[in-house]
Each structure stands twice: as C-alpha cells, then as structure tokens.
Design a protein around this ligand. Structure first.
Ligand code: PEP
Ligand code: MG
Length: 881
C-alpha cells in the first residue's frame, strides 16, 4: 500500500485537522481543538491512526511519510524560530501516543527528543540554565533507553540512586549540573552494556521514537487492556509530535494536572495539583508530593488566573467537566492535554444538574449524562474508597450497599443476637428460603454460596435494600461445624467481615464506610427525568414500609406484592404451618381464619400508603414446603424430643407433610395457580382479606382504592378461568356484605412460555398481565434460577458462550421475543389491556429499554431501584426512534 490508498492525510498540524478522535486519537484531536479556539498549546502535529494500522500491517510507513514528517517539523521550526538538532537554538519535541479511547499508562512516550552531546550545550547557553539542559538530556537518554531501546527501567533508576547517595542528594532536584553530567555518562554506558547505542542524530531519535510508540500499540499490557475493555485491536493509536515546553527550568515553572470541577464532589471549583520545577512524569510518578492547585495562585499568580479562564473556556467548548494537563514555563501557561474527566456518581449528578442550571447544557443532556446504574451507589451505604481492605472472597453482586457484621450461620441465632445483644450480623448460608426470612430481616447483609441474581436471598435483600452476595463459589460453608472457608481462610460464628453488595466482595474485619446522602441535585435530576418518561414505574413491595419507601422514591403503585412474605413473621409462621399440615378441611379453615385478619391488616396498610395508586396483589405462589422446616432439621428435633420424652405429635405431622410435599423439581411443581386450584380455600382467604381491606380503607380515607388480584404461574386458559371464577364469586360475596362500591381487577402473571404463546386467549379472561420474567427466563432457557448462576454461568462467560446473565438483563432474542409475542396477542384481544413487568428485569436499564419498545405500560422493581428505573425509562424514551 502506498500513500495514495489512505483515506486521509498522513499527518495533521495541530489546529488544521478535523475534530476526529478515531483518526487523530483523543489527545491529538483535543490538542488541535484547543489550539483552534486560541488556547496556548505548543505547536505540533498528529500522525494518524491509519498510519498506525499501516505500520502494524507492513512494519513500515507509506511512501512519502518521511517527507511529511519533515515538512511538519519545518512548520514547527518556522513557527517557533528554532531548529531541530541545532546547537544554537534547538527545537526539542515530545513523541506521545494517543488512541481514540484513553488507555492510561498502556503505551509509551519519549520527551526531549533533539538533544545530543552538542545541542545540550546550545540549550544551556540559550536558556542560561546549564543544570536544566543537562537534566533534560539525562531524562531523554533514560526514556529513550527504556522505551525505544528496551533497556530495563530499573537499571537507570539504580544509577540515579547511586549518584544521589554519593553526593548526599535527597531529591532529583538537589542534583547539581556536574552530577547530571555524570549521570549522562553512566546512562550511556548502561545502554552500551546492552550492546545498544543512544543515537546522536535527532532525526534518528525522532524516527525511532515514532516507531516505538506505534509498536507499543501491540505491547502485551496494551493488548491485555484492550481485551479487558472491549477495545478493538484495529483502532490503532495516533502519535503526537509536539514542541517541548519545560516545567523544570526553575521556581517560576512547573507542571500539573487539573479538573475544571471537583471530580469527587462535583463542586464548581478548579481542582488539581502541580509540582514546581518538574516535568510531567514527576507528578505521575509520585516521587514528590504535589501542591493543591490553589497554591499556584500565590506561587505563579498570572498562570493561575489564566488557568481559571481556560477552565471556563474548556467547559464552554466541550460542555462537560474536563481533565487537563498543563505546564508553566517561566511564568507562561501551556495546555498539554484535555479530555472529559472521570467522576464519582455524586459528582456526576451534581455536575450535570449544575451545568444545566448554568445554561451550559440543557436538561435532556443532563438526564442523558448519568448512568442510571450509578445511582444505586447514592442510595446505599458504600465502602469508603480510601479505606484499607483485604478482599477474602468474591461472589455475585446481588444487592448493592455495604455492611459489616459478625458471621452467623443460623437465622434463629441471627435474630436472637440482634434482639438480645444488639449485635450486627451477616447471615452466611448455602442458600436461603422463605423459612429463613427472620434471619434476613435481622442481618445487616447476606452471603450465600449458592443461588443467583433471582434467588430468594437476592430478591428479598434487594427489596429490603440490604447488601447481598449470592453464588459465592469462594465460600465453602460447613454448617455442622459453624464454619466457612473463604478460599483458604477459615471463619467461624462471631468473626467480623464486611461485604460490598455492589461489587460482590467480602472483606476481612470492619472496613470504613460512607453513608448515603440524597442531594437536592439528585431530586432535580429525577424531576427532570419525568419530563421525558413515557412508561410507568411501580414497585415490588410486600410490606407497608417497603411500599412507603418506594413511594418516597417516586413509585406509582405496586406492580407485585408477594403475599407469601407476609406469612413469615414469627407469630404467623406456626399458624401457616398448621394450615399446611392440617389433616381436614375444617382444621385448615381454622388456621386460615386466623391468618385472614393478619393479611387484611397488611393489605389495608399498603392501600393507605399507596393513596389510590394501583396495588397488584399476587395470590400465594411458592411451593408449600418452603414454609416448613427442612427434613434434616426436623429429624434432629425428633431425636432430641424423644430423648427428652416429649410429645412428638406436631413434629410427626410436620415430618409426614414434608415428606409428602417433597418434589424433584419444586420450581416446576405444585405452586402458583396449581395450589389455588387444589386448595381453593387458601386463595379464597386471601381474596376476602384483599376485598375487606380495600373496603375499609376506602371508607376510612375516602381514597380511591385499586386492588388488582393476580394469579401466578398460569399456562392454560382453563387454569385462569377456574381460579377467576372462584375469585370473582368470593369477591362478589364479600362486596355484597360491605356498603361500598368497590372496583377490582383480576389478572395474571405471564411467566411460562405457553402462556405467551396463547396470550390472546388468556387475555379474554384476564384484565391485566404482568410479565414474570424471572420464571419466564428460567422456563425459556430451562436454566434453574436457583442453581445455574453459581454452577456454570462463569464458565459460560469464560468460554464466550454467554455475554450477559439473562436473569439480570432480559434476553431479547428468546425471552424478549416471547414477551413481544404475548404483548401483540394480548392487544389483539384487548387493545388497552394493562401490561407490565415485575421480574427483576423491571429495574434493569437495558431491559427497560427493551420493554418500552415492546409496548409495555409500566415496569415494577424493588424500592431501591425505583429511581434507577425512572432515569433509565426517561433515557430510553429519549433514545426511542
Ligand atoms: C417472576 O417470576 O418473574 C416473578 C416476578 O415472580 P417470582 O420471582 O416471585 O417467582
Ligand atoms: Mg414467578
């Protein structure tokens, strides 16, 4: 290939090229852009990424390349009145890499190119600063030796330390001219020891440095970085050749890095640090402690003032917070780089809202600028980023937030320690079930070695806003010895650990944390999001407290109330168990009669909190065995009690029932509407409780109350018809006994593939649908939602078979197609049927975008995800074509 086949010029002089990051790299494009708006940028030019790709492919440059470099060097020489390689007034240049996507520290740069044994003297004369000239020269040899000639960096550092020791110098800046001359000799001999030579010809230095930067695109760390960050290999790096400016010419010079606003807090104030009498790499290397940027106002006031002006100009130009590098040479400020600055979640929100208020961006841009997922950091406690920590294990980041506590393996013990000793505990279990709920309620956080993102522990913890790590394969739990091995470290009951549910990390001991703070800017951002949002956001809440929290985050109703969680309280569980183990209908009814007023109170409180917003209450869904103790535990108790000669009647019954309820695949078993068809009395009790609660609240508050009764796990229209008939007859009977006019609806979960396929027929019976995408994902893939994530998902990802966990982000091709099919079929039967989603995907931004496209009316998610869903829904609406 020769130069004619390139699409662009090979080289662009700063300020004369297009603003094109792909072609010029981020650094080159921004240097050019800064120069073209009149900011002080030392002249230079960018060799394009096209040339990098050519060089990589052919190990050579296109025809005419050398001439193009020479022509651009000549332009620089003319602009500056200096000449490259001259002994009188030498031009020195830097050669730096710069890809389209920043790859910090991955590739190489060489500074001070153009110095040799002659021009170093010229530089000394011209600057009247011999020490500076020799310091620059020894730096060039050191960097060139390391980056271009491949001599080990440490060998130069050793020589530097030796010279410093021999003259008693503490810092590099304490070295005198003679010491630096000595270093130049030592460095050269280090290079020749390796059989290499430091070239005296500046043009050779330049060419070899450009080669080295292009080659560094394919060094091992760069390749690994690209792999880890999904950066394509053929993107290539650009090379920037730029006239050197010097921050190391004395006390009126310096170099630093800055941000136009504080990247940690978002405060609108210049932020950064600098070193006097130093070159850029000294700041990065951390050899000396830099000063905060405000100090520059005293030390070089004119430069500080200029920097403040430039900070405003940069924000005006880029309309975002910038992260820049600068050098001051003899009081004159030079800009060496700018790019959009990385920031914390807090800062991101504050900066976006402040910039909109300042008129720099509009509200739509502010709303688009925040990663919805990052909001969860603001809603929960988090690990102090500056805190020391030892990570001992990692699992799935099932529910965000951070917590410290003493390890407890037993839910009863967790409850006792919290109640009686006011301890903070972390519940560590192989997995959890509804039976363990009191332990989950008591614990600060939960770790399970099995289960995934939709396991019981994950779903419940997210609902409660507690940190939870599931599927932790690094944890080997030995319940009988009350011990857990986190990799090779053993922990027992009472040992202190800290968990970070946002990262899935388990840490030794207590680690410092930060409390959540919801700022005014956070509120503003969510308020602005409302202007764009087109889909409703409801919550999955089972208690009045969760419902109230979700309301405060802006939920517009309850999309799923899982009634099973209401039976878990200490005083209700035994009644529930009596109901399940009842040997006659009368006995069962007796237990149900006791449960009814309890459920009714819960529903009434939830209706009150929801102030007329729709409340979807799902009738009992889980298999009944989940409410009974595990068989092994019961057997242990039987042995204990019989040894003590105590009555075994209740235990015996329970054991019989547990055995009787055992199923090979309980998640595919006797649950959902199947339960309601075989034991209608359970559903009937719940319907009575719902209607009575709604009537009472309506009477008491005068509010509209909107009960929506939802039937789970329907796959046949006959199932729904059967349950619907029963629900309607109980509801009619109840309504006839209360003196209020009550409107209620009956709908169904769509969570089985067959239900999607016959959705048009199911829609004839149902008033509404709610997609249960947890079960729908489980049954579409045939992946167990309790086991797959811990067993083989990691392996699937490693082998490249799976990119995203489908329990977390809706699988558009399979599950999504079923959802879309069901939506279309439902609407073909009932055009305005209410359709929502209440699986965990309802709080996932990518899934929200999909369901908006699929035509759903609302999403429903756990309370703490409501703000995330509101923002994600607004963004998706803005992005919709
Ligand atoms: C679902 O299956 O998506 C759902 C919301 O119900 P659950 O998670 O309670 O099975
Ligand atoms: Mg379900």
């Amino acid at each position: 290939m020769n130069a004619d086949t390139l699409e662009h010029d090979m080289i662009y002089y700063f300020g004369e090229g297009p603003v094109d990051k792909e072609l010029l790299g981020g650094k080159g494009a921004n240097l050019g852009r800064m120069r073209s708006i009149g900011l002080p940028v030392p002249p230079g030019f960018t060799i394009t990424t096209e040339i990098c790709n050519h060089y990589t492919a052919h190990n050579d440059y296109p025809d005419g390349f050398t001439d193009a470099v020479a022509a651009n060097m000549a332009k620089m020489e003319e602009e500056l009145g200096k000449s490259f390689g001259s002994t009188g007034n030498p031009l020195l240049v830097s050669v730096r890499s710069g890809a389209a996507i920043s790859m910090p520290g991955m590739m190489d740069s060489v500074l001070n190119i153009g110095l040799n044994d002659d021009s170093v003297e010229g530089l000394a004369r011209q600057t009247e600063n011999e020490r500076f000239a020799w310091d620059s020269y020894r730096r060039l040899i050191q960097m060139f030796g390391d980056v271009v000639l491949g001599v080990e960096h440490a060998r130069f550092e050793e020589a530097l330390s030796e010279v410093k020791d021999s003259v008693g110098a503490k810092n590099d800046t304490d070295l005198k001219t003679g010491d630096l001359k000595d270093l130049v000799i030592r460095f050269k001999s280090i290079i020749s020891d390796e059989g290499k030579t430091f070239p005296q010809d500046p043009w050779q230095q330049l060419r070899m440095s450009i080669d080295a930067v292009f080659m560094s695109w394919n060094n091992e760390r760069a390749i690994r970085y690209r792999e880890a960050n999904d950066i394509p290999d053929d993107m290539g790096t650009a090379v920037n050749v730029q006239a050197m400016v010097f921050g190391n010419t004395g006390k009126n010079s310096g170099t630093g890095v800055g941000f136009t606003r504080n990247p940690a807090t978002g405060e609108n104030k210049l932020y950064g640090e600098y070193l006097l009498d130093a070159q850029g790499e000294d700041v990065v290397a951390g050899i000396r402690t830099p000063h905060p940027i405000e100090d520059l106002a005293d030390q070089i006031p004119e430069a500080y003032e200029k920097l403040q002006d430039i900070s405003d100009i940069l924000e005006e130009e880029y309309r975002d917070m910038q992260d820049f590098e600068f050098t001051v040479q003899e009081g004159k400020l030079w800009m060496l780089q700018t790019r959009t600055g990385k920031r914390t979640a807090d800062a991101a929100v504050k900066i976006a809202v402040d910039m909109a208020d300042e008129g720099i961006i509009d509200r739509e841009t502010a709303v688009m600028r925040i990663d919805p997922e990052s909001l969860s950091q603001l809603l929960h406690k988090r690990i102090d980023p500056d805190a020391e920590r030892t990570v001992i294990a990692t699992g799935l980041n099932a529910s965000p937030g951070a917590a410290s506590g003493h390890i407890v393996f037993d839910p009863d013990e967790a409850e006792r320690l919290v109640k009686e000793q006011d301890e903070k505990v972390i519940l560590v279990r192989p997995e959890t079930s509804p039976e363990d709920i009191h332990g989950l309620v008591s614990a600060e956080g939960i770790v399970t070695s099995r289960g995934g993102m939709t396991s019981h522990a994950a779903v419940v913890a997210r609902g409660m806003g507690k940190p939870c790590i599931t599927g932790c394969k690094d944890a080997a739990i030995d319940l009988s010895n009350q011990a857990v091995w986190f990799k090779d470290r053993e922990y027992g009951t009472g040992d202190l650990i800290t968990i970070d549910g946002a990262t899935g990390e388990i840490m030794d001991g207590q680690v410092a944390m930060k409390d959540p703070q919801l700022s005014g800017e956070f509120e503003s951002l969510l308020e602005w999001a409302e202007e764009f949002r087109t889909i409703g956001v409801r919550t999955n809440a089972d208690t009045p407290e969760d419902a109230a929290r979700a309301r405060s985050f802006g939920a517009e109703g309850i999309g799923l109330c899982r009634t099973e969680h209401m039976f878990m309280a200490e005083d209700r569980m035994p009644i529930m168990q009596d109901m399940i183990t009842a040997e006659s209908l009368e006995e069962r009814q007796e237990a149900l009669d006791k449960l009814l007023p309890m459920q009714q109170n819960d529903f009434a409180d939830i209706f009150k909190v929801m102030e007329g917003y729709p409340v979807i209450i799902r009738l009992l869904d889980p298999p009944l065995h989940e409410f009974l103790p595990a068989r092994e535990d019961l057997l242990g108790e039987v042995v204990e009690r019989s040894l003590e000669g105590r009555d075994l009647t209740r235990l015996g019954r329970m054991l019989k029932k547990v055995k009787n309820l055992e199923e090979a695949n309980p998640m595919l078993g006797f649950r959902g509407c199947r339960l309601g068809i075989i034991h209608p009395e359970i559903f009937a009790m719940q319907v009575r409780a719902i209607i009575r609660a709604a009537a009472t609240v309506k009477k008491e508050t005068g509010n509209k109350v909107k009960p929506y009764i939802m039937i789970p796990l329907v796959s046949m229209e006959e199932e729904l018809q059967h349950v619907e008939d029963m629900v309607r007859s109980v509801a009619t009977e109840e309504i006839s006994q209360v003196d209020v006019d009550l409107d209620y609806k009956i709908g169904t979960m769509i969570e089985l593939p067959r239900a999607c396929v016959i959705a048009d027929r199911i829609a004839r019976i149902a008033d509404f649908f709610s997609f249960g995408t947890n079960d729908l994902t489980q049954t579409t893939f045939g992946f167990s939602r309790d086991d797959s994530e811990g067993k083989f998902f990691d392996g699937y990802k490693r082998e490249g078979v799976m990119r995203k966990n489908p329990f977390q982000t809706l699988d558009r091709d399979g599950v999504g197609t079923l959802v879309k099919m069901a939506v279309d079929k439902a609407r073909s039967t009932k055009e305005d049927m209410s359709l929502g989603i209440c699986g965990e995907h309802g709080g996932d931004p990518a899934s929200i975008e999909f369901v908006i496209g699929a035509g759903l009316d609302y999403v429903s998610c756990s309370p703490y995800r409501v703000p995330i869903a509101r923002l994600a829904a607004a963004q998706a609406a803005i992005r919709q074509p």
